[in-house]
Design a protein around this ligand. Structure first.
Ligand code: 3PG
Length: 208
């Protein structure tokens, strides 16, 4: 269905969150919201990810929760059934993109080359995840893409930190960045919600 341009405007950082224990899902989401972050990309990298997704979608209404690491149409279907409000893939294939676009949620497909950007543009989408941002060329690469293709908006993700995020956010074709630094695994496992709220507060501050 829709392109994810509106999703890129929710917060300056989309936390890329991986949760092993579904009991951590709601506290993590609340900790991020308490710090001013209103969006989560929950990765489908753990067996219980869909359970966590469902819990956040049902119990934390002030957070927009999407599913990340979508690799197959089956995963896309399962994520939407669990309550995903948008879908993120690390890359695209014609079959996956076509299927995600048949679903009723915004789609943020991953791209890393100019040819991939052009292929996704042909499907009508003008918002994309640039992944893996650091290794693929960083801010300079995105600035260069913006010369011939200025109307595509990116959420760069991969290798970004609080310190490097401003280098991306100052680009006219970047609305937000993604990153896992807001929810360090050790903090999640230890139930250190205060640390996550503080990291979220710092990240939310990038937008002011
Ligand atoms: C992703 O799926 O977007 C990445 O795993 C996040 O990258 P990072 O861990 O380098 O922030």
């Amino acid at each position: 269905m829709a392109d994810a341009t509106s999703v890129l405007h929710v917060s300056p950082v989309i936390p890329v969150v991986t949760i092993d224990d579904p009991q951590h899902a709601v506290p993590v989401a609340r900790a991020l919201a308490d710090g001013g972050i209103r969006i989560i990309e929950l990765t489908l990298r753990t067996d219980s990810a869909l359970t966590s997704l469902k819990l956040i979608a049902n119990e934390v209404p002030d957070i927009l929760v999407g599913a990340g690491t979508i690799l197959t149409p089956v995963q896309a279907d399962a994520a939407v059934a669990a309550g995903a409000q948008f879908l993120v893939s690390p890359g695209v294939t014609p079959a996956l993109l076509g299927h995600m676009l048949s679903l009723d949620v915004p789609v943020l497909p991953g791209v890393a080359t100019v040819g991939e950007v052009m292929a996704v543009l042909e499907s009508g989408l003008e918002a994309m995840k640039f992944f893996p941002a650091g290794p693929a060329g960083g801010p300079a690469y995105l600035a260069a893409i913006g010369a011939p293709i200025p109307h595509v908006q990116f959420c760069p993700t991969g290798g970004i930190s609080l310190a490097t995020a401003p280098d991306y956010l100052r680009l006219p074709n970047v609305q937000c960045v993604g990153g896992s630094w807001l929810t360090p695994r050790a903090a999640v496992d230890a139930g250190d919600w205060h640390q996550i709220t503080e990291l979220a507060r710092q990240a939310a501050g990038l937008g002011v």
